[in-house]
Design a protein around this ligand. Structure first.
Ligand code: SAM
Length: 277
């Protein structure tokens, strides 16, 4: 048996254990969508009191759905650009590269804080074509090591709300500069959405600060003129949350999801966004 990995993370770093626990839990449900058995295996090897986070079934279903939709966008981009560079920012212990299993010509970069990357190295096997970068993504220098001669897919799942608001546009500007262009995909929350995440029990227990919100996706086009909005998935969009996924939620969460379809302000609490650059 492998030695358990003792994990001591705090704040935004600890939130990776929320998403990991959710994806692990969802993979064990009989109607799993994401089938993230990598997450389940990682959880089994980590010495941490996951029960304290209180990740419930609704969070499992919601976070698995978010990852699933970003996986769909990733596969779509890689089908069009088999020699792409993928920048997976704030990767935490997400197993996307294993779930997607990209072709041999894809260069994949997983980036997160150094201690998170060190943990990732201990938990997941090495893989050809994958480079791990231990850095705060807001540091300006690490971007210089990325190839600039290939289409670039930038993924940021559960990351940008933890970045200081004034740092987000310059970060996206640096990431999208130079090279032949590509796409950027991430989740974003309105001010109300950020308040709701802040008050989610699991996130509150990590003490993470939530800082960046987006009311209107076209705002970002103005802040980073290289970006052009391609797609927006809202919770009230059947492509974002199908009837089948809705049916997996508890009655209270289903009611809240339906409220999103009726009350416009609720409909915009959280979105998945895809931009071209
Ligand atoms: C909610 S977790 C999401 C992890 C992963 N993307 C997932 O969906 O499972 C947030 C992640 O963002 C990372 N993060 C937050 N701020 C960061 C920064 N400035 N630089 C690099 N990573 C950061 C945290 O360490 C953590 O891994």
């Amino acid at each position: 048996m492998m030695t358990p990995e003792r994990v001591k993370l705090t704040g935004a770093k600890e939130t990776l254990l929320v998403t990991l626990a959710a994806k692990a839990g969802e993979s064990l449900l009989p109607d799993s969508l994401l089938h993230d058995h990598f997450a389940a295996e990682a959880v089994a090897r980590i010495d941490y009191d996951f029960a304290r986070l209180g990740v419930d079934r609704d969070l499992m279903v919601g976070l698995a759905l978010r990852s699933y939709l970003l996986d769909v966008w990733t596969r779509d981009f890689l089908a069009r650009h088999p020699r792409a560079v993928v920048l997976h920012l704030g990767c935490g212990l997400d197993s996307r590269v294993f779930r997607i299993d990209p072709g041999p010509d894809v260069l994949w970069f997983d980036a997160d804080f150094p201690e998170v990357v060190a943990l990732r190295r201990r938990l997941y096997p090495k893989r050809e074509g994958v480079t791990l970068i231990g850095t705060s993504v807001t540091e300006p220098d690490w971007i210089a090591q990325l190839p600039t001669d290939r289409p670039r897919l930038i993924l940021a799942e559960g990351l940008l709300p933890y970045i200081a608001a004034e740092e987000v546009p310059p970060l996206l500007d640096r990431l999208t500069a130079g090279g032949p262009g590509g796409e950027l995909a991430f989740d974003a929350y309105s001010r109300l959405g950020l308040w709701m995440i802040r008050n989610n029990g699991a996130i509150r227990r990590t003490g993470a600060e939530l800082r960046w919100f987006l009311e209107d996706p076209t705002e970002l086009e103005r802040q980073v003129p290289r970006l052009r909005l391609l797609q927006e998935l809202l919770p009230n969009d059947p492509e974002g949350c199908s009837a089948e996924q809705l049916a997996r939620l508890s009655p209270v969460a289903r009611w809240a999801a339906l409220a999103c379809r009726i009350v416009p302000a609720f409909g915009k609490v959280g979105r998945l966004l895809r931009y071209a650059f």
